[in-house]
Design a protein around this ligand. Structure first.
Ligand SMILES: Cc1cc2nc3c(=O)[nH]c(=O)nc-3n(C[C@H](O)[C@H](O)[C@H](O)COP(=O)(O)O)c2cc1C
Length: 383
């Protein structure tokens, strides 16, 4: 199959995903909350970032390799943590982690993943970072951190932008609530999407595999969702941050930064890096997009701090835009699921290949021979 001809861009994959996923699953993937302004702003803000080519410079040999956290990756981007990835597309985590390993980019496993943190490591041997939502009480938190360390994770992504549970109207409408309230309509959506449904039958109902050992016996969808609602404490106070810092010998990257003051405060508390993100526009509809706040945050923390960014990236050019604004590394979420829905097991490799091609081409067109030099190509008409 000539996948490039069939899906020459991520929006082509996105259109296929809308047809191939049951509606309640697709809604959970693409949705935000309220009027979904933050979701659309993420892409719109990237479109507004312009880059100025220099045609006299020769950049035929473009350097995408990027070293962060002591490791050299093939390109300056990675696969963002996605909770319930195995519900979005059956076996998503194994397919994506295997592709990430083949392309030498990092894979970020959500606490709400459908493969356990141990199984991901033993089955795929990928360079994975563990995204951490700390549970209460403290002994559960300690146990989970210890497991991540024993399994060989070095980088912990601490997501701080879920201080409260949000009302995502699409999910409420579809019955993705505590407890879940699925109905005949949900069943109908599954039956009419046999590609998804048959693969799901083969894989079994996805569970929160990393958290499963902590549920009461006899887990069911209702028990696991109730566990999450009761035990996952989203608000990270400074005391809580310090407690986690004291227990984690590796690197901590804080995800969900929008405010330059927060950025400075988390660094002062011991963070090793920050991810500028509004959680794909899923948490707060008045949240600014990364391109809007990234320059302020870069200025506040200085040049040496590891800054990553995400939200709305739909091409290699979008990656270049975030790097030009001051990010060292970029995370991408939804496009990986679009790619799986479009191409199943081929999707991970194809989308990683495409993003690299597009990024390489953007740099060559700009006359920029290395990703580190991108900030010099930002078009700032007011200067
Ligand atoms: C379906 C879905 C589930 C997500 N789950 C998590 C999660 O478990 N932990 C987390 O830190 N971020 C989570 N995020 C946010 C992503 O890591 C990332 O910040 C966001 O998707 C980036 O925007 P993009 O999808 O437009 O690329 C999730 C996003 C989506 C779309």
């Amino acid at each position: 199959m000539n996948w490039d001809k069939r899906y020459p861009s991520i929006p082509d994959m996105e259109a296929a995903a809308a047809k191939r996923m049951p509606r309640f699953v697709h809604d959970y993937l693409v949705g935000g909350l309220g009027l979904e302004g933050a979701v659309s702003r993420n892409q719109a803000a990237l479109q507004d970032v312009l880059l100025l080519p220099r045609y006299l410079s020769d950049a035929r040999d473009v350097q995408l390799e990027t070293t962060i956290l002591g490791k050299t990756y093939a390109a300056p981007f990675g696969i963002a943590p996605l909770g319930l990835a195995g519900l979005l597309w059956p076996n998503a985590e194994r397919i994506l982690a295997t592709a990430a390993q083949a392309h030498n980019v990092p894979y970020m496993l959500s606490t709400y993943g459908n493969i356990s943190l141990e199984a991901l490591k033993t089955e795929t041997n990928v360079d994975a970072w563990f995204q951490f939502y700390p549970p209460e009480p403290a002994d559960l938190e300690t146990d989970l951190l210890q497991r991540a360390q024993n399994a060989g994770y070095n980088t912990l992504i601490l997501t701080v932008d879920i201080p409260v549970a949000t009302r995502r109207e699409r999910d409420i409408r579809n019955g993705i609530t505590v407890p879940p309230t699925f109905n005949l309509n949900t069943l109908w959506q599954m039956v009419t999407h046999p590609g998804w449904a048959l693969r799901m039958l083969r894989m079994g109902i996805p569970e929160f595999e990393t958290l499963k050992p902590y549920y009461p016996p006899g887990p069911s969808v209702t028990t696991s969702v109730k566990f999450i609602a009761e035990k996952m404490e989203g608000h990270i106070t400074p005391q809580r941050f310090k407690r986690i810092r004291d227990q984690w010998p590796g690197t901590i990257v804080v995800k969900g930064i929008l405010n330059p003051q927060d950025a400075q405060d988390y660094l002062a508390l011991g963070a090793d890096g920050l991810i500028v993100s509004n959680h794909g526009g899923r948490q707060f509809d008045a949240a600014p997009a990364a391109p809007t706040v990234l320059p302020m945050i870069r200025k506040a923390v200085g040049d040496d701090v590891l800054l990553m960014a995400d939200g709305g990236v739909r091409s290699g050019l979008d990656i270049a835009r975030l790097l030009a604004l001051g990010a060292d590394f970029v995370l991408i979420g939804r496009p990986f699921i679009y790619a799986l829905a479009a191409m199943d097991k081929h999707g991970g490799n194809q989308v990683l290949w495409l993003l690299q091609q597009e990024l390489q081409q953007a740099l060559a067109q700009l006359g920029c021979d290395s990703v580190a030099k991108l900030p010099a190509f930002l078009f700032e008409p007011h200067d």
